[in-house]
Design a protein around this ligand. Structure first.
Ligand SMILES: [Zn+2]
Ligand SMILES: [Zn+2]
Length: 140
């Protein structure tokens, strides 16, 4: 019957001390010297548990919006027709007597999206009537 409190060297006395290296119990310096006469090793540490690597989150592939060719063609077609309509609008001709307005309208019509460009003109004071006329002309 072995007890953990028994000296592991002489097995004759209670262990009061423990080897700082292997943690075996011993009762006295005498037994400790006997113990140290033989190589002792620290108890094998528990093998570290392999930490599972977190699975990399699947990144949502950023979808590049495809350019709608038909929409692009529609814009160009409208642009060409709008230019013809604008040329036939008498009211526009009156409004376009102002050279500064002509410059702005020419810039708007040169825009890839003339309707949006014309609408943005409306935000400038004084262009509301002209913009209205332009939009009505291009949309009728
Ligand atoms: Zn002892
Ligand atoms: Zn030891």
């Amino acid at each position: 019957m072995s007890s953990t409190t028994q000296c592991t060297i002489c097995h004759d006395a209670a262990s009061k001390y423990k080897c700082p290296k292997c943690f075996v119990g011993y009762c006295s310096v005498k037994c400790f010297k006997i113990h140290k006469s033989e190589p002792c090793a620290a108890p094998a540490p528990e093998p570290p548990k392999p930490t599972p690597k977190p699975k990399p989150k699947q990144q949502a592939s950023a979808k590049v919006p495809e350019i709608d060719d038909e929409e692009e063609e529609e814009k160009h077609r409208l642009k060409a027709e709008d230019l013809k309509k604008l040329g036939t609008s008498i009211r526009l001709k009156e409004l376009l007597q102002d050279p500064s307005l002509r410059t702005l309208i020419a810039a708007a019509l040169a825009d890839p999206d003339p309707i949006s460009a014309i609408r943005s003109l409306r935000q400038q004071t004084g262009f509301e009537e002209l913009a209205q006329e332009l939009i009505q002309t291009t949309q009728n």
